[in-house]
Design a protein around this ligand. Structure first.
Ligand code: AKG
Ligand code: FE2
Length: 352
């Protein structure tokens, strides 16, 4: 990372706390009723669905164990991620993300206009990924985003692709559980992802930071998609805003567990029954940290709006429909550098 320049400094009210709260934990949910088929019975499944429902309602975040993702695949991707970031800046910049190609390496991401203390490598789940050419709603033209092909580490792409396949499987299972917990058919959400999904995976590297009390690895934000599956290493640093009192709660690293959070799209689909929750990453001066979020995003032509089954006269729709592809293209590069205008958010579609 370069020198610590003022663009990293958070406003005083957003700076990390010196002592963090670890007393209460986000729920840890055992997925064996759906991953261990010999042991599965319908009572265990019902209990699991209830657990998922209350975790989504109360926290918007939970961890899962016995998730069915083979541990060696996670070890492989963590290893190549470290190897990739250990290269010189010059090497990494050979696969830089830019205005036209939103995949690859970059280290200048801003969250709410403050620079994040991190470097990342972005990779699409589907290559190519079909998206609108512009965010103009009257423009029907499409374009294709594609992945870079870094030469180093060896087999980098294959290892990421193999891991992504597992993330996809887990995402579909989790969306089924979320659907059941909302009283919907298990496969309710499948159609939005089967064709042209726009999901992606990100390798994050947070180098040691000389001023961890002034900067953040990622500033406070909500994830825009349907859900995020995050692998964090043993260093820790992810904090979630607790709904009850708005305190920042540390998410404890658990070996081989995944952290799941629902995103804005599920918030809109559920008409606010489940809300996506603010989170951020604190950095420290001693240890570098690595994490790998997988962002499960629907197809570009998905019209995101509260589901018919979940609205009625007593509970009318709280959002105007928006086109997912237009939303991400509009957002795309506004995250990339400091801007004067605000990033597009779901509350822009909220019906007062
Ligand atoms: O690194 C982490 O723990 C979380 C990163 C994150 O929230 C994101 O990339 O959206
Ligand atoms: Fe996030």
């Amino acid at each position: 990372m370069e020198v610590f320049d003022p663009s990293f400094i958070q406003d005083p009210e957003h700076r990390p706390n010196v002592c963090t709260i670890q007393a209460e934990e986000i729920p840890v949910i055992d997925l064996s009723p759906i991953t261990n088929h010999t042991a599965s019975d319908s009572y265990a499944l019902q209990d699991l669905v209830k657990e998922i429902g209350s975790a989504c309602k109360e926290w918007g975040f939970f961890q899962v164990k016995n998730h069915g993702v083979p541990f060696p695949l996670r070890q492989n991707i963590e290893k190549v991620s470290k190897m990739f970031f250990a290269q010189t800046l010059e090497e990494k910049r050979k696969v830089s993300k830019d205005e036209d190609s939103p995949t690859g390496y970059h280290d200048t991401e801003h969250t709410k206009n403050i620079r994040d203390w991190k470097e990342v490598f972005d990779f699409l789940a589907k290559d190519p990924t079909l998206v609108p050419l512009t965010s103009d709603e009257h423009d029907d033209r499409l374009t294709q985003w594609t992945n870079p092909s870094p030469q180093y580490p060896p087999h980098f792409k294959d290892i990421i692709e193999e891991y992504v396949e597992e993330m996809e499987k887990l995402s579909f299972k989790l969306m089924e559980l979320i659907a059941l917990s909302l009283g919907l058919e298990a496969k309710k959400f499948e159609e939005f992802f089967m064709k042209d999904e726009t999901s992606s995976i990100r390798l994050n590297h947070y180098p040691p930071c000389p001023y961890p009390h002034l900067a953040l690895g990622v500033g406070r934000h909500k994830d825009p998609g349907a859900l995020t599956i995050l692998a964090q290493d043993e260093v820790g640093g992810l904090e979630v805003k607790r709904r009850a009192d708005e305190e920042w709660i540390t998410v404890k690293p658990i070996p081989d567990a995944y952290i799941i959070n629902i995103g804005d799209v599920v918030q809109v689909w559920s008409n606010d029954a489940y809300e996506s929750v603010e989170h951020r990453v604190v950095v420290n001066s001693k240890r570098e940290r690595f994490s790998i979020p997988f962002f499960f995003f629907p197809a570009h032509d998905t019209e995101v709006k509260p589901l018919e089954e979940l609205i009625n006269d007593q509970n009318p729709s709280k959002y105007m429909p928006y086109k997912w592809g237009k939303f991400i293209v509009h957002r795309g590069n506004t995250n990339f550098k400091k801007r004067n205008e605000e990033n597009i958010q779901i509350y822009h579609y909220k019906i007062a």
